[in-house]
Write a protein that binds this ligand. Structure first.
Ligand SMILES: Nc1ncnc2c1ncn2[C@@H]1O[C@H](COP(=O)(O)OP(=O)(O)O)[C@@H](O)[C@H]1O
Ligand SMILES: O=C(O)c1ccc[n+]([C@@H]2O[C@H](COP(=O)([O-])O)[C@@H](O)[C@H]2O)c1
Length: 222
């Protein structure tokens, strides 16, 4: 059984933190981080507001990300081996791919492939506070959060909701432990139900995917 699980949501909501914990606890689990698919800086458009437009789908090479997902789907064993994930013999038929990122559910070719779509939220003030302590490869210029990051988050979230994509909202102000246990239990139920033949997700993975090369991917041993 192949399952693609999305860990999406606003910047600094705890996506990477949660994903790392899940990766250590789920069997035969690989991960792809959307941040690894940012285009080079010189390809990022500058908006009328003067800011580089990092927080739009066009700033990401989503075709390359999709190819990486397809590589996993076409041969999860091979993908796991290539990324140092050792197979758990007692769960040999279970394969999980975590996709982690801030714009996971806005790219149409991927949106139906998830067995579960989690979406972490944090309120504006907390998000801004966490973001101010974060250092990215390209540091935030003054005013970026209010002028670009938060408005784009709101725009994409509104569009996602309007398009009817089904997500499971998670409150990113809960403790790391609470979030981890909540999601781990939910995914374990998902796995049990799919083994029992009930509530099977789309397992994007089951579709007619061909193997495709990938640019960057990270994985973790279960
Ligand atoms: N549940 C949580 N409660 C409080 N702070 C958190 C929580 N999860 C993560 N953080 C902190 O928030 C910041 C962003 O976390 P991170 O996992 O990198 O978020 P994201 O991947 O969504 O940008 C980090 O400083 C991290 O330690
Ligand atoms: O990783 C990078 O190279 C990078 C370069 C410029 C900007 N970012 C920011 O990365 C944010 C998304 O990542 P995250 O982990 O905060 O959800 C997004 O809000 C961008 O503004 C990230």
């Amino acid at each position: 059984m192949k399952h693609i699980v999305g860990i999406g949501g606003v910047t600094n909501s705890g996506k990477t933190t949660l994903t790392s914990s899940l990766l250590r606890s789920l069997p035969n689990c690989c991960v792809i981080h959307q941040d690894d698919f940012f285009k080079p800086q010189d390809q990022i458009a500058v908006g009328e507001d003067g800011f580089k437009q990092w927080d739009v789908l066009e700033s990401l090479d989503m075709e390359a990300m999709l190819s990486t997902v397809r590589a996993w789907a076409s041969s999860p064993h091979k993908f796991a081996r290539a990324h140092g994930v050792s197979m758990q013999p007692d769960a040999a038929n279970t394969h999980i791919l975590l996709l982690e990122g801030f714009l996971l559910y806005s790219y149409k070719p991927l949106v139906d492939l998830y067995s579960r779509r989690y979406f972490l939220t944090v309120p504006y003030e907390e998000c801004k506070r966490r973001r101010s302590t974060r250092s990215y490869e390209v540091p935030d210029p003054p005013g970026l959060f209010d002028g670009h990051v938060w408005p784009m988050y709101q725009k994409y979230k509104r569009e996602m909701e309007a398009s009817g994509v089904e997500v499971v909202y998670l409150d990113g102000t809960k403790s790391r432990e609470q979030l981890f246990h909540q999601v781990l239990e939910d995914i374990r139920n998902l796995l049990l139900n799919s083994v029992a033949g009930r509530g099977q997700g789309p397992a994007g993975a089951q579709g007619p995917m061909r193997h495709a090369g990938h640019r960057k991917a990270q994985t973790g041993a279960a």
